[in-house]
Design a protein around this ligand. Structure first.
Ligand SMILES: [Zn+2]
Length: 86
């Protein structure tokens, strides 16, 4: 984990958004090729999802890796292994 995940300044733009990276997959529900991977915060916590942008069919939900930089405000110990005490 780099220092950039611990020290970050306020947003420089008026709005905050995330980049939706196209995956090149085809949606199994509607056949659209507009499928993207991007970070979300849902009831499970921070996750990376792959979703159809036309019908919002969820193709995949995964735990973010360090390369995903999500969430940007993760604690310094977030990637440490948990002890038996939790
Ligand atoms: Zn779809």
């Amino acid at each position: 984990m780099g220092v950039d995940r611990l020290l970050f300044g306020p947003p420089q733009k008026a709005t905050v958004s995330v980049e939706r990276v196209r995956t090149g997959q085809t949606c199994p529900a509607c056949g659209s090729s507009d499928v993207a991977r991007y970070p979300v915060a849902n009831f499970l916590g921070p996750r990376m999802v792959v979703k159809c942008q036309d019908c919002f069919e969820n193709l995949e939900t995964t735990v973010p890796t360090a390369d995903d930089h999500w969430p940007p405000w993760a604690s310094a110990t977030s990637d440490w292994p948990a002890s038996r005490n939790g």
